[in-house]
Design a protein around this ligand. Structure first.
Ligand code: NAD
Length: 333
């Protein structure tokens, strides 16, 4: 798996600036890193530390840390980041992330890695891993809910997992769907903007990636065998799908503790229609200790809350690639 192998002996700190990330890592490496770390989480070789997220009372910013340790790859570190709503006016991205990796043997800092593009790649990889392991094999129609920054990354990664023949999409502002139409066009697929009832009826796989405080996809919308990847709900109070739908589906997640507190499962847990024991880590399916989907008619749901170990996994892969390709900046530290 992606890890510290090629640069473990390096004593100085490695810097991989944000501008280099796109040239170093793509969807395939991100997919492999995330699939491996989900497997390590389910076998208890890797674990996430509690998330810190604070409104800092300055610049309307939300700031926090996601961190963890993977004993298999020896990835140890944190992603520091948050949301600065005033950044766009300054020509900067509102979401700002940086990953810091440490040497698991000594605690010395090993690497500082730009985390903005990596966040999009690892989030898209998570839903793609869920599609690989949980979607109906015969899936032909991919439904997208949301057309914000993350959505095109999600669509590109998802299209690689099944022989999709069509993409359909819904967004609060339908004009924004042109981004997704362009991605579908690049993949040679037709795209149609639809209402939610048609999306729920026609899509074999649904990815939801919106920032909403109330359910958009309703239980009644989804008919037939479907895999739903809920990727937008990563904070207490957010919601993308109706709790009844979460309770009806066979429910998987990256990490159960996050799913019940900040993920899509929080609402079904709160109303008692779902209990913690109903939720399975996706890694268990990857490891073969859970059978995953049992029929083409089943509704499966992946609650992708976004864990620190995903960030460490892709950042470790980037550092390996940066060292190999000679673009890693080494500094004495
Ligand atoms: P964005 O701001 O670029 O786009 C927001 C999207 O949400 C748009 O499609 C917008 O139309 C939609 N939206 C906002 N409010 C809505 C409402 N009330 N009803 C319906 N639609 C609404 O954001 P983004 O960067 O694309 O991120 C989307 C979501 O994904 C956010 O909630 C973000 O926090 C979350 N996210 C999750 C992970 C993870 O690991 N799970 C990682 C990154 C981002």
């Amino acid at each position: 798996m992606a890890g510290f192998g090629t640069w473990q002996g390096v004593l100085s700190m490695i810097i991989v600036p944000e501008k280099e990330i796109a040239n170093l890592i793509g969807r395939a490496e991100s997919f492999d890193a995330v699939e491996a770390v989900f497997a390590a989480m389910a076998s208890k070789d890797a674990y996430n530390f509690p998330v810190i997220r604070e409104a800092i009372g300055h610049a309307d910013a939300l700031y926090g840390f996601k961190s963890g340790f993977d004993r298999k790859s020896l990835a140890l570190g944190l992603k520091s980041g948050g949301y600065w709503p005033g950044n766009e006016a300054k020509g900067l991205t509102n979401h700002q992330s940086t990953v810091i990796l440490f040497d698991a043997d000594t605690g010395k800092v090993k690497a500082l890695v730009g985390g903005n593009l990596l966040t999009a790649l690892r989030t898209a990889a998570a839903s793609a891993v869920s599609i690989k392991h949980l979607a109906p094999q015969s899936a032909k129609v991919l439904g997208m809910i949301g057309a914000g920054h993350q959505s095109a990354f999600q669509l590109r990664a998802a299209l690689e997992q099944r022989d999709f023949e069509k993409v359909i999409g819904w967004n609060r502002n339908p004009a924004k769907l042109s981004n997704l139409q362009e991605v579908a066009k690049q993949a040679g697929l037709p795209f149609e903007a639809v209402e939610l009832d048609q999306l729920g009826r026609d899509a074999d796989v649904i990815i939801s990636i919106v920032s909403s405080q109330s359910a958009i996809l309703k239980n009644a919308h989804v008919t037939g065998g479907t895999h739903i990847a809920c990727m937008g709900t990563d904070t207490k109070g957010k919601q993308e799908v109706e709790a009844e739908l979460v309770a009806r589906a066979t429910t998987f997640t990256d990490e159960v503790a996050q799913a019940i507190s900040i993920g899509e499962c929080q609402h079904a847990i709160a109303d008692g229609s779902l209990v913690q024991g109903d939720i399975t880590e996706l890694g268990a399916v990857i490891n073969g200790t859970h059978s995953g989907r049992t029929s083409e008619d089943e509704v499966t749901l992946f609650d992708g809350t976004g864990v620190g170990l995903q960030d460490l996994a892709v950042a470790s892969a980037v550092v390996d690639l940066a060292v190999k390709s000679g673009v890693a900046i080494e500094v004495d530290f």
